[in-house]
Design a protein around this ligand. Structure first.
Ligand SMILES: *[C@@H]1O[C@H](CO)[C@@H](O)[C@H](O)[C@H]1NC(C)=O
Ligand SMILES: *[C@@H]1O[C@H](CO)[C@@H](O)[C@H](O)[C@H]1NC(C)=O
Length: 402
């Protein structure tokens, strides 16, 4: 039997060990991100609004890695069903070519789009240069197995045509570029997603994203209206569909949003200047794209203003599995600090703004989260998710009045 004194010593010792354990785990989690300001979440209430967004780059015909990435990001389960709830999934194009699994990925995306909508989530699909190459008959990177999976060249062309299942899906649910708001509030920050790089001097940049997407839709409609261009190879390259306009040709040209690599490849100073110009012209907070792979990691440039998410996910490249994660929250601020900060925030609403602008927002579009009105701490956490680690890219916090 241990004596009373021993019991006392043992309990003090265990308390001390417990303390050590707790202080070590909390300090080790903060030392992994030394440059990130510590959050004082405990001092605040719960967020009134939370939106999670996952973005995934080029998938190039690899259904197995595509599913791994979406599972890793907690967007799908083992049966490839949507478990993302109200999350937003963005895929930045180049699902096709270099592998045999494109058909499966397009089918999966189609299914997820419906399932996501059923749960209050959303799937945003962007076209890559390889989708448009397939549409215009440039099949240089189409594998023989891919043609087989579709049931041969003729069946593949029928699927791609504007009345085929895939052509119709591209025309209805894919666009060249997307501007995605992080909350349903009209003043919400938006993120821009395009397969390649948007060029500040691109002639049809604005009104964004409609000008670019209208051109994309008309070019795609021409390309997918039967008879489709005979595939090259073995036939000679036909180029853009008959009757295309000069503006449509510019959209598909080397300096257009499907092919240009400027934001990924030019030197930092130039890219930051372009990023500033683009953010202002497009009214977005970040410019996110794929197309130019880095096989080790997601690339953040100019402090997260530009993020390139192509990491060669397909086994055709053997890069790293990755997804970009953005967690956006609005947490109400209690009113006692009301008069001590005179910071004029660019996001601040002028009182002269007619209240009806946001009060008319249907309540179900913000779900059970209620109406967004008042003072909030807006927090946007940006991470790269990999198989075994998660890495900070940016964290922005500011006070906003909605
Ligand atoms: C586009 O997506 C919606 C779901 O959001 C789906 O109901 C519709 O069938 C899709 N359109 C085509 C043409 O596939
Ligand atoms: C970079 O972004 C962080 C927030 O993510 C901000 O605190 C910092 O001031 C920015 N740095 C520059 C040089 O803009």
């Amino acid at each position: 039997m241990p004596s009373r004194q021993n019991l006392l010593i043992i309990s003090l010792l265990s308390l001390f060990l417990l303390y050590l354990l707790i202080s070590r785990t909390s300090s080790s989690s903060s030392t992994t991100n030394p440059h990130i300001p510590s959050s004082n979440d405990e001092k605040r209430g719960r967020p009134a609004f939370k939106q999670r967004l996952i973005a995934v780059g080029d998938l190039h015909g690899d259904i197995s890695n595509a599913q791994k990435v979406l599972r890793m990001a907690h967007i799908i389960d083992d049966q490839a069903n949507w478990v993302g709830g109200e999350d937003i999934l963005v895929q930045t194009g180049d699902i096709v070519d270099r592998g045999a699994g494109a058909l499966d990925i397009y089918r999966m995306m189609q299914k997820l789009r419906g399932q996501a909508e059923g749960q209050g989530g959303r799937v945003v699909s962007v076209l890559g240069n390889h989708e448009v190459m397939n549409a215009i008959g440039d099949w240089r990177y189409v594998t023989q197995d891919d043609i087989k999976v579709f049931g041969g060249t003729k069946r593949r062309q029928e699927a791609l045509a504007k009345d085929g299942w895939l052509g119709a899906e591209w025309l209805a649910n894919y666009s060249i570029t997307a501007s995605v708001p992080l909350s349903p509030h009209p003043l919400s920050p938006k993120l821009s997603f395009t397969h390649g790089s948007l060029r500040p001097s691109f002639p049809n940049l604005t009104p964004y994203p409609d000008a670019i997407n209208a051109l994309g839709h008309s070019l795609l409609t021409k390309a997918l209206t039967p008879p489709l261009n005979p595939p090259y190879p073995p036939n000679p390259y036909s180029g853009l569909p008959k009757g295309h306009t000069r503006e449509e040709a510019e959209l598909y040209a080397e300096g257009g949003p499907l092919w240009w690599r400027g934001l990924a490849e030019r030197e930092e100073g130039q890219v930051c200047e372009w990023a500033r110009e683009l953010k202002e012209k497009l009214g977005v907070r970040r410019i996110i794209g794929g197309h130019t792979p880095n096989f080790e990691h997601i690339v953040s440039r100019c402090n997260g203003s530009v993020i390139i998410i192509d990491t060669g996910i397909s086994s055709a490249y053997g890069g790293v599995l990755s997804a970009l994660e953005i967690v956006y929250t609005l947490t109400p601020v209690d009113d006692k600090g009301k008069d001590d900060g005179h910071r004029q925030d660019p996001f601040m609403v002028d009182d002269s703004l007619p209240a009806s602008d946001y009060e008319s927002e249907p309540v179900e579009s913000i779900g059970a989260k209620g109406e967004l009105k008042g003072r909030y701490i807006e927090r946007e956490e940006v991470h790269a998710i990999y198989e075994k680690r998660k890495k900070w890219i940016a964290l922005e916090e500011r006070e906003v009045v909605l």
